[in-house]
Design a protein around this ligand. Structure first.
Ligand code: DQA
Length: 148
């Protein structure tokens, strides 16, 4: 099973970016912990990681994933709330996708309460800080193993 983990704009700044909201861990640390979690849980999955600040690059990766991956975990960051193009790409790729957020976007500013992407995802996990990625991986893994 191959899973692509996509991270959108400003998530390369984790560690120093608004640590009171997003925590003190860098994205590299979060990714490393996710691999450790996968091994500890004995999940038979191969993980690939990609971060970009550019909307079009996220769309390219989602389109390419259609051929090469069984599932996607995506934190579209601010594009969550603005990008119909990314939502459309997720729909077009038509592979199980889980949306994740470090923060609980539903308890923050009104403009963060909306997700264009979530309609085209099997689930959204928000508010568990870096553990949102672990829960997304567990949920997606079980989904792919037993629902496909
Ligand atoms: C975020 C929430 C978004 O509203 C914000 O723009 C981000 C990070 C999160 O992981 O909590 O960049 O996606």
């Amino acid at each position: 099973m191959k899973i692509l983990i996509l991270n959108g704009p400003n998530l390369n700044m984790l560690g120093t970016r608004e640590p009171e909201i997003y925590g003190l861990d860098t994205l590299d640390k979060i990714n490393t912990e996710l691999i450790e979690f996968k091994n500890h849980q004995k999940l038979e999955a191969e993980l690939d990681f990609f971060q970009t600040n550019h909307e079009g690059e996220l769309i390219d990766k989602i389109q390419e994933a259609k051929e090469n991956y069984d599932g996607i975990i995506i934190n579209p960051a601010a594009y969550t709330h603005t990008s119909i193009a990314i939502a459309d790409a997720i729909k077009a790729a038509n592979i199980p996708t889980v949306e994740v957020h470090l923060s609980n976007i539903h308890s923050r500013e009104d403009y963060r309460n909306i997700s264009y992407c979530s309609k085209n995802c099997i689930a959204q996990i928000a508010g568990f800080s870096k553990n949102s990625y672990k829960l997304a991986l567990l949920g997606l893994y079980e989904y792919l193993k037993y629902n496909e």
